[in-house]
Design a protein around this ligand. Structure first.
Ligand code: S3P
Length: 419
């Protein structure tokens, strides 16, 4: 069982954005509760290579912004490591800057599609080269002289949306980006606080270029995607009661809370407040013996896309048939998360079937120990560490270090809460 309370680490999406927007602002920025995960450190590394002074001091980061047009041609190739958010968002910034830069990443990044970003950036007039017509790394961006765009997004992706918003800051007029389904809106919230001319109406975002962004102090909300593992662990393991403090509760991210409620899970939100424009609160999560199945599809998918691996563990402990569909984006995350979850959960004895765009899980089943192939995907590793809490026998992960991408200290925290 899991028992205790803890302060949640900073949000990955917000931490990336805080470094990027600070770097292109004018003046000094302080970022508190920054996520010192490998992905966010990759973002720091890229901006340092473009001449931005960034100092790390415990959980705080100090960024001396170079201004909107002050980045330098990178001293080296920009290596984003495992970070999809870094490569997608930075592409938008590079497109607006008058120099050439090459982006690479690890084995997983080499398989993740980039045309969703490079195609619309090309429509804005940017010259881009890369593997398979700029769909894969290495990708070289020759930035500058962007035209404004009126663009209907083809995929529900906050990474693509954010890249286009960032490029629009440098365009020659008013740009409008239309989303199909609402995705996380941290870029819109934070850029506005930096002085960007950005307005949102339903699914359309309008951006007018400005001469400069102005520095900000940002307090990063806790990462609900990281909290998700502990939430599910507490819901499914008998006797659990956990308080998670400082959880980001932005509506575009809280799909997991809606799902837990639908599944009859026992979770309470306490002490809601705003931190740097983002709603946060504390969560009280208790063991829930009477979980029931649910259907997860359509518009909720972007609101819980990163939580689906651990939600599939939750579904194995719910009475009835849980269906997850409209989630084919899962196939192009750090690993093919549909296949990897289904294959590994089958090894543990779950009743689960793979769909083209999701999975069907019948519960409740007793899980047994297994050797898990993580494909070095942080969320796969953490999801199965949660499955172990209720399994007969050990769950052996082929890689544990990958969790450092988003949740350094995860296994220590799990040990500390495990009673
Ligand atoms: C992210 C957006 C999501 C999410 C990723 C972080 C972001 O990707 O999966 O972990 O910070 O914008 P997509 O919006 O591309 O699906």
């Amino acid at each position: 069982m899991l028992r205790g309370s803890f302060e949640l680490i900073g949000d990955k999406s917000i931490s990336h954005r805080a470094i990027m927007f600070s770097s292109i602002s004018k003046g000094k920025n302080k970022i508190s509760n920054f996520l010192m995960g490998q992905d966010c450190l990759s973002t720091i590394d890229c901006f340092r290579k473009m001449g931005v002074e960034i100092e790390i001091n415990d959980k705080d980061v100090f960024v001396k912004g170079n201004g909107l047009y002050g980045l330098k041609k990178p001293s080296d190739i920009l290596d984003v490591g495992n970070s999809g958010t870094t490569i997608r968002l930075i592409s938008g910034i590079l497109a607006g800057n008058n120099f050439e830069a090459t982006l690479v990443g690890d084995e997983s990044i080499a398989k993740r599609p980039m045309k969703r970003v490079t195609d619309p950036l090309r429509l804005m007039g940017c010259n881009i080269e890369g593997n398979d017509d700029a769909n894969y790394t290495p990708i070289t961006i020759y930035g500058g002289n962007l035209k404004a765009i009126d663009y209907k997004m083809q995929v529900a992706s906050a990474q693509v949306k954010s890249a286009l918003i960032l490029a629009s800051l440098y365009a020659d007029g008013k740009s409008i980006i239309h989303e199909k389904v609402k995705s996380r809106n941290h870029t819109e919230i934070m850029l506005k606080s930096f002085g960007a001319d950005i307005s949102v109406e339903d699914l359309s975002i309008t951006i007018n270029p400005v001469n400069e962004l102005f520095s900000q102090d940002i307090n990063v909300a806790g990462d609900i995607s990281s909290a998700a593992f502990i939430i599910v662990g507490a819901l499914i393991s008998e006797g659990s009661e956990v308080i998670i403090k400082n959880v980001g509760l932005n509506k575009t991210r809280t799909g997991i809370l809606d799902v837990v409620k639908n599944m009859n899970g026992n979770i309470e939100i306490l002490n809601e407040r705003f931190v740097s424009g983002e709603l946060v609160g504390d969560l009280l999560v208790r063991y829930s013996p009477n979980l029931t199945s649910t259907i997860i599809d359509k518009d909720i998918i972007p609101r819980l896309i990163d939580e689906i691996p651990v939600i599939s563990i939750l579904a194995t402990q719910a009475e009835g048939t849980t269906i997850i569909k409209d989630a084919k984006e899962l196939k192009v995350k750090e690993s093919n998360r549909i296949k990897v979850m289904v294959d590994n959960l089958k090894l543990m004895g779950a009743d689960i079937e793979e769909l083209e765009d999701g999975m069907v899980i019948k519960g409740k089943t007793k899980l047994k120990g297994a050797n898990i192939e993580t494909f070095k995907d942080h969320r796969i590793a953490m999801a199965f560490s949660i499955a172990e809490l209720i399994s007969d026998g050990y769950v052996k992960l082929d890689d544990e270090d990958c969790v450092n991408v988003s949740f350094p200290g995860y296994f220590d925290l799990l040990k500390q809460l495990s009673k």
